[in-house]
Design a protein around this ligand. Structure first.
Ligand code: NZQ
Ligand code: ZN
Length: 387
């Protein structure tokens, strides 16, 4: 077991109607609020009106239209400008991971005099950030409980995971009823994203019985509950368990003491969604089984055996390579069964930019240091196998 240094300062407030505590929570941070949201789903579900009703005594400035795969220009830049012009005290992010991620970059940019890209690209370390309160409406990223935000810069095809302990939300409200309206496509993509967060931590050199059990249970919970949510979008118990399982995703809690894995599928997927603006969870689901096949070897086979036996119930008396291959096939079949398109061509990606994307990933994502190192050639092979 490896040494670690761990703290999560985020307060989680979970459950039906928990939003009634919003005024009391917001008061701690000040009166001037930047309310951030996306393309309008929060208006459709009545959450926008509810927030306004709960905060009549606050000065609220709005930044709307934050897109999936949130963009540096205009959203981050506009948000930073609004914070500075209005002397904002606190950001209230209401929406999915994209709204929250964008708000994190705005929070740091608002306290920095230069170009916010300096912070996102790690040229300069932020010294401060505005506090963030969020109401998460989509179970997927775990952004509500982690210190990262993923920001896209269209003109350079960059999609950067910007991580800094200053970016932990101060308070996250998690009311599963707000996820009842999430579409089948986004429910499935959210499940695939959260499953991949666990796999990125599971497939590594050193783990523990405790962590393996926690992660295997997380994977089973996601698979069972995603199916229930797809069948009955208003199944509170399933939406609630799915939400919490997603919340733990990128917070490191699943794998304290494990050796690092390098998060290879995320490194590769970020290029797909940077170049083609695809849905993150779908990109991950497509790549994952191909990556698994690519790294299956004597070094990794035992890990796949544990995964196959404990997550999918594959017969442990079979040959270890047979178990590993069945486990990889079961992963693929599960994603297919929840309606995810399992080929890059189905999401509009052909072979034309594979070399360019593989080069970009190799240059920027450090995957030569992953548990199983991936060089440019490996990345291109995985993309090609995913077509
Ligand atoms: O824009 P609106 O109208 O709000 O609609 C959104 C959007 O179209 C909609 N939606 C959200 N809540 C809804 C809803 N529709 C109906 N009912 C609701 N309750 O869903 C669509 C997708 O939203 P988005 O926020 O983009 O999805 P998600 O939460 O999956 O976030 C994806 C982004 O997070 C990044 C991804 O790369 C991607 O950019 N990630 C962030 C991570 C983090 N901070 O830790 C980790 C992840 O690995 C991931 O990279
Ligand atoms: Zn992810």
């Amino acid at each position: 077991m490896q040494n670690f240094d761990y703290m999560t300062p985020t307060r989680l407030i979970f459950g039906k109607n928990c939003i009634t505590q919003l005024p009391e929570v917001m008061t701690q941070f000040g009166r001037k609020v930047l309310l951030t949201y996306g393309g309008g789903s929060i208006k459709k579900i009545g959450l926008y009106d509810k927030v306004k009703e709960l905060l009549p005594d606050f000065e609220i400035v709005e930044l709307s239209g934050i897109q999936p795969n949130p963009k540096y220009d205009p959203s981050v830049l506009d948000g930073v400008k609004l914070c500075k012009e209005n002397d904002i005290d606190v950001i209230l992010a209401v929406g999915g991971g994209s709204v929250l991620d964008c708000s994190k970059a705005i929070a740091a940019g608002a306290k920095y005099d230069g170009d916010p890209w300096d912070l996102i690209s790690y040229k300069v370390k932020a010294k401060a950030a505005l506090p963030i309160v969020d109401i998460i409406t989509l179970a997927a990223t775990g952004s509500e409980y982690d210190p990262g935000g993923v920001i896209s810069r269209t003109e350079t095809n960059d999609k950067i995971g910007y991580v800094d302990p200053l970016l932990y939300p101060a308070v996250s409200f998690l009311d599963p009823t707000y996820t009842f309206t999430v579409s089948k496509k986004q429910t499935a993509a959210g499940c695939a994203d959260a499953m991949n967060h666990i796999m990125e931590q599971y497939f590594c050199e050193d783990s523990t019985i405790l962590n393996d059990g926690f992660m295997e249970a997380g994977l089973k919970s996601l698979m069972i509950n995603a199916k229930k949510c797809l069948e009955n979008p208003e199944d509170y118990t399933a939406r609630a368990e799915m939400m919490l399982t997603c919340t733990y995703g990128c917070n490191r809690i699943y794998a304290l003491g494990n050796s690092p894995s390098g998060w290879p599928c995320h490194g590769m997927e970020h290029a797909l969604s940077a170049y083609y603006d695809i849905t993150h969870g779908e990109g991950l689901a497509i790549i994952t089984p191909r990556w698994m096949k690519h790294i299956l070897s004597d070094k990794t086979a035992d890990r796949f055996v544990k995964y196959g036996v404990n997550v999918f119930g594959i017969d442990s008396s079979l040959d270890k390579y047979e178990i590993a291959e069945k486990a990889i096939q079961a992963t693929y079949d599960f994603f297919l069964s929840i309606g995810i398109p399992m080929h890059l061509k189905e999401v509009g990606i052909d072979e034309s930019r594979i070399e360019e994307m593989a080069h970009h990933v190799a240059e920027n994502e450090g995957l030569e240091n992953a548990w199983v190192p991936l060089l440019e050639k490996d990345i291109a092979e995985i993309f090609t196998a995913s077509l």
